[in-house]
Design a protein around this ligand. Structure first.
Ligand SMILES: Cc1cc2nc3c(=O)[nH]c(=O)nc-3n(C[C@H](O)[C@H](O)[C@H](O)COP(=O)(O)OP(=O)(O)OC[C@H]3O[C@@H](n4cnc5c(N)ncnc54)[C@H](O)[C@@H]3O)c2cc1C
Length: 214
């Protein structure tokens, strides 16, 4: 299987980096092909703006969905976007590794979806090709994330509410919307302060889980 890891953490010595590195090791040893998009290392531009469409076709009214579709079909989107699209095409499974920030994903990762998941590539809205007919049908997608809070704070009745619902915009309104099969998420709670033995235990739990789904 071809696995694309989209990784969003600014520090190479972080726990999220260790999770990404463990995933690369485990997947390669299991015989999979792996590519990593390390968004901070790439200095990936988070904001979708007019520079994403270097050769726009609209002259009077600038329609972003239309420019996305036209740019994708003509291969004329910004080079960094076209490069990420090529990786997504290559992948059988997309694995997103990131820390929870404000009960969501870091802005750089949100920007990756805004810019890379262009209409015409992931969905075809005019022709109703979404969800079961989404254009990324046949691919799998998975969230692997860490948070400072304990699990009991992120339950349905807890003060933060159900974490799965916070992330629904990603696993349902993005992955499933585009036709992908969702692999159940992997969560590490209490990840802000850990002793080395806890880090090792969580990395081993991650390895075991990954091998069970990949
Ligand atoms: C802007 C912002 C918003 C946030 N919002 C939320 C929120 O809404 N909800 C929530 O629950 N949390 C929130 N947090 C906390 C955040 O989710 C955690 O800080 C994060 O998940 C921890 O992951 P990390 O990779 O940054 O860990 P790190 O800080 O890199 O490491 C965590 C611990 O593991 C140790 N460690 C890391 N790597 C290793 C290693 N290789 N070997 C040995 N020890 C290691 C470190 O010493 C540290 O004790 C927020 C943080 C920020 C900055």
């Amino acid at each position: 299987m071809n696995v694309l890891i989209v990784y969003a953490h600014p520090y190479p010595a972080s726990f999220n980096a260790a999770m990404k590195d463990r995933a690369v090791d485990v997947l390669l040893k299991a015989g999979h092909e792996v590519k990593v998009s390390d968004l901070y290392a790439m200095k990936f531009k988070a904001a979708l703006d007019q520079d994403d469409f270097p050769d726009p076709c609209s002259r009077s009214f600038f329609s972003i969905p239309n420019e996305m579709m036209a740019g994708f079909v003509r291969g004329k989107l910004a080079p960094d976007v076209m490069a990420e699209i090529a990786k997504v095409k290559w992948a059988d499974m997309l694995l997103f590794q990131f820390p929870i920030w404000w009960s969501s994903m870091p802005a750089i990762l949100k920007g990756w979806f805004d810019r890379v998941f262009v209409q015409g590539f992931v969905v075809d809205l005019p022709n109703g090709m979404i969800y079961a007919d989404g254009l990324l049908k046949g691919k799998k997608a998975m969230i692997s994330t860490t948070m400072g809070s304990s699990a009991d704070l992120y339950t349905e009745d807890g003060p933060h509410g159900d974490l799965n619902l916070h992330l629904k915009s990603l696993w349902h309104n993005t992955f499933e919307f585009c036709g992908m099969e969702v692999v159940p998420s992997f969560y590490v709670f209490n990840a802000g302060e850990m002793e080395e033995f806890q880090v090792e235990a969580e990395l081993d739990r991650w390895e075991e889980y990954l091998l069970s789904v990949a």
